[in-house]
Design a protein around this ligand. Structure first.
Ligand SMILES: Cc1ncc(COP(=O)(O)O)c(CN)c1O
Ligand SMILES: O=C(O)/C=C/CC(=O)O
Length: 415
């Protein structure tokens, strides 16, 4: 659409690039967002975007609650709200987090945001000075890298294994930096069912990380959109549960447990940190969507969220199983993948020397799409990986998509 309009308007008399700020000129498009446009055509089986299945959206319940909200609370639901968010929702969420994660309501304040993606930008705006050292997982959520990049940090990428961030390697790095009189600002982790690997940081590593945070005086940003989507294994408390001082800034979202179209997430952190991010948000968007907040408030308060989560799990587990079975059946020797206990993603590692970004065009021509792994690394230095999503397409399409992908990989390995 925009390409057509751009062609129609031509370059015209303006030299558009000259008007952009230096920061705007350095911005890079999100591979995930761009891919969503590319694979809109129906004959491509998209294993790319981390999209919740529309079948899990509680449409009738949302209709019913919206009707009630607009009948009894229209004056609030359609009006500007406070920047921190609708207070009954914030209190309900604090109780919900205490009940589910053992995070005392006395220890945190909640601020509502326009999706946890906005929280990532507010964190960059509030905590990152140019040159600050920010530790991220290698690989990590690429849109977090894009959000933080705008504030010019120095990224330190710590490798991952099947138990999450390799905290012992982080400790080695902290010791070296400390010897040079240097400190890191914060560690960013997707602690449970990580995006893009699907793996979960072990309990021991969570405890060690919070100890290191105290010892080397840094903050932890715990981004947790997937914690509720557990298909097997036992739940592990969030890192925030072990935080006695207020060092952990926890991010939650309704995107995977209600609907991403609400554009509604929350930050749970020490009131001192919330206050500064509230001031930052006042300059960004004044307040989160108030109608969405009142609907979400009723949805949580009246117990519908707790009822819906098991249904979402029941819907996604067979899709995760179907992808793991198909990978086992079709992938050639030498290809490895994670076996996540929850979340939305499986991470595939191909033999060294294969560039999955270059392979993408062939894959799409064969009718399957994935997200090349390069953009999930802060230094874009790993080329032979890819992320697969299993929540969006039905099992039979997952099997067919993995089969097509395996044929592309087999050809690539022979080339
Ligand atoms: C790790 C992570 N953080 C943040 C987000 C953004 O979520 P939201 O829809 O709440 O903005 C996502 C979405 N996929 C994510 O995977
Ligand atoms: O696939 C992802 O990780 C993110 C999904 C949200 C988006 O559509 O950008």
């Amino acid at each position: 659409m925009e390409e057509k309009l751009m062609r129609k308007l031509g370059s015209g008399s303006l030299d558009f690039e000259t008007y952009f700020s230096d920061k705007a000129k350095s911005m890079k498009a999100s591979e995930i967002r761009e891919l969503l446009k590319l694979v809109e055509s129906s004959d491509v089986i998209s294993l790319a975007g981390g999209l919740p299945a529309p079948e899990t959206f509680p449409v009738e319940k949302i209709k019913e609650i919206a009707q009630d909200v607009l009948t009894h609370h229209a004056d609030k639901a359609l009006q500007y709200g406070t920047t921190k968010g609708f207070t009954p929702l914030r209190l309900t969420l604090a109780d919900w987090m205490e009940k589910r994660y053992g995070i005392p309501t006395s220890k945190v304040e909640i601020m509502m945001v326009a999706g946890s993606q906005q929280a990532l930008d507010l964190i960059g705006r509030t905590f990152i000075n140019p040159g600050d050292m920010v530790v991220v997982e290698g690989p990590t959520y690429l849109a977090a890298l894009n959000a933080f990049k705008y504030y010019d940090p120095e990224f330190i990428s710590i490798p991952m294994d099947d138990s999450g961030m390799m905290v012992d390697l982080l400790e080695e790095k902290l010791r070296k930096l400390n010897a040079e009189g240097k400190k890191i600002k914060f560690v960013y982790t997707v602690s449970t069912f990580q995006n893009p690997m699907g793996v979960t940081m072990s309990l021991d590593r969570r405890k060690r990380l919070i100890e290191l945070a105290r010892e080397y005086d840094f903050l932890i940003v715990e981004d947790s959109p997937y914690a509720e989507l557990r298909y097997s294994g036992e739940p592990i408390p969030p890192i925030k549960h072990f935080d006695d001082e207020g060092r952990v800034i926890y991010l939650g979202t309704f995107s995977k447990i209600l609907a991403p179209g609400f554009r509604l997430g929350w930050i749970a952190a020490h009131p001192h940190f919330i206050r500064k991010m509230e001031i930052a948000k006042q300059a960004v968007d004044l307040c989160a969507n108030t109608l969405a907040q009142l609907i979400a408030w009723k949805y949580v308060e009246e117990g519908y969220l707790d009822e819906q989560i098991p249904k979402i799990i029941e819907f996604y587990k067979p899709r995760r199983d179907a992808m793991l079975e198909a990978l086992e059946e079709y992938m050639p020797e030498g290809v490895r993948w994670t076996k996540p206990e929850g979340g939305m993603f499986i991470w595939v590692t191909l033999p060294e020397g294969i560039d999955t970004k270059l392979m993408m065009e062939k894959a799409v021509s064969k009718g399957v799409a994935y997200v090349p792994g390069e953009a999930f690394f802060a230094h874009r230095d790993v080329k032979n990986t890819m992320r697969l999503n299993f929540t969006y397409v039905p099992e039979e399409k997952i099997r067919e998509g993995v089969k097509r992908l395996a044929e592309v990989i087999e050809e690539e390995m022979k080339a």
